[in-house]
Design a protein around this ligand. Structure first.
Ligand code: F6P
Length: 419
């Protein structure tokens, strides 16, 4: 007897999260004898609690294929932390009620570490409430900080955008440096882990190549050493390109720049470290600067997505359905690196409880001895992840991104207050 499935996107979106959605929907359609209707939570888990479920069976095959090359979250995502399961079960119980009302026996939760924790808890409580639900986490985060999986879908495309932008902007600065701008500072995302900042260095072949300095969250900011390196770079190469992670911290472990607000998970909102650093340089060394915060541009740059990333994002979606159909519960498909040269990967399986709430930082041997560069080992790790192009179709000079019309399923339960 077939039952229904629910898909929800969670946390910060990526350029390829919809490729995962496409993988899930297409694989579910191929397994129609097991999975009948696929629903998606409107804006993620918030929509599930409110019983706002999009019926994805109403999407045409063409719509589904088109979301594969569209960035952002096709069904909406959210930053929302379910209350503690032990003390306040209400939200978890509501989820199971919604699942029951719509005969949802498969739950695909597409997110990072926090979402793995939620999916794991849902898998436990369903069983206890007499309505078992197979919960499959599906990896996604540009921060690349999930454990076990070799890399996270979403990272390869951000890495490519940052690597390319670093090279391009540096060519600009280099042309102007004799009489004008000498320093360019690029701020990139990555709250606690420096994977995205590291990606900026993937194209560097010799010391004079940009970026001349990378500031990681894993390495405490050393003012003197930093200024010395900026001066050295300008004096020897004519200019200095700096890539700084938004999460860079001082020796006391405080973020150099936090915007003063926190999200539902208690994460500080970061941003603004680039102008801070640029001003420091201007006032101490007097160099003219430009700075940029790549912000959502890096996370949404589907036009320059990595083919490897698109393929892996699709593959984890497809594998998630296959795991569900095979009867698995509380697991996540992960990416396994088989070899570097040639780059080969496959899909493995991890337990959700091992994925939850663990952040994978850059290993020490990926950070250069000066604490402001990457090693060859890091370059070898990142390089295949940015490989290949997967351009969206274009019309009149613009990518053909889609927002298919979505239909909400009729509600069957009383309204639920989401706080
Ligand atoms: O998805 C992770 C992340 O991109 C972090 O690198 C960044 O700090 C954060 O999300 C920004 O999140 P939001 O869009 O919720 O402000």
């Amino acid at each position: 007897m077939s039952s229904n499935a629910l898909y929800a996107q969670s946390g910060g979106v990526t350029a390829v999260i919809n490729a995962t959605a496409c993988g899930i929907i297409e694989a579910a359609r191929q397994n129609g004898e097991t999975i009948d209707t696929v629903y998606a939570g409107k804006n993620g888990i918030i929509g599930v609690l409110r019983e706002q479920l999009y019926n994805l069976n109403l999407l045409s095959d063409e719509d589904v294929a088109n979301i594969k090359h569209t960035p952002g979250g096709a069904f909406g995502s959210c930053r929302f932390k379910l209350k503690d399961l032990e003390s306040q079960r209400k939200e978890y119980e509501r989820l199971i009620e919604v699942f029951k009302a719509h005969n949802i026996r498969y739950f695909f939760y597409n997110g990072g570490g926090d979402s793995s924790d939620t999916a794991y808890k849902v898998s436990q409580i369903g069983e206890k409430m007499g309505f078992p639900v197979q919960c499959i986490g599906v990896p996604k985060t540009i921060d690349n900080d999930l454990p076990i999986t070799d890399n996270c879908p979403g990272f390869g495309s951000v890495a490519k955008y940052i690597a390319v932008s670093t090279i391009e902007a540096s060519l600009d600065v280099k042309s102007m440096a004799e009489s004008s701008t000498k320093v360019f500072v690029l701020e990139v995302m990555g709250r606690h882990a420096g994977w995205i900042a590291a990606a900026a260095g993937v194209g560097k072949q010799q010391d004079s190549d940009p970026p001349h300095i990378i500031l990681f969250p894993e390495v405490a900011f050393d003012h003197e050493k930093f200024m010395g390196k900026v001066r050295y770079s300008v004096e020897n190469y004519g200019y200095c390109t700096i890539v700084v992670s938004e999460g860079v911290q001082n020796k006391e472990g405080e973020f150099l720049a936090d915007a003063g607000t926190t999200d539902a998970f208690g994460h500080k909102q970061l941003g603004g470290v680039a102008p801070l650093i640029a001003n420091m340089i201007k006032s101490e060394l007097g160099y003219k600067y430009h700075w940029a915060v790549s912000d959502y541009l890096q996370r949404s740059a589907r036009h320059i997505a990595s083919l490897t990333d698109v393929e892996q994002a699709y593959a984890v979606g497809k594998a998630a359905v296959e795991l569900a159909v095979a009867g698995k519960n509380a697991v996540m498909p992960v990416i396994v690196r088989e070899s570097n040269n040639p780059y080969k990967w496959s899909i493995g399986t991890a337990e959700l409880k091992d994925m939850a709430n663990v952040e994978k930082m850059m290993p020490e041997d990926y950070i250069g001895e000066d604490g402001m560069s990457i090693t060859e080992a890091c370059r070898e790790y990142v390089q295949p992840l940015i490989a290949g192009e997967s351009y969206p179709p274009y019309k009149d000079g613009l990518p053909c991104y889609v927002s298919p019309e979505l239909t909400l399923e009729k509600q069957k339960l009383e309204p639920f207050d989401v706080k």
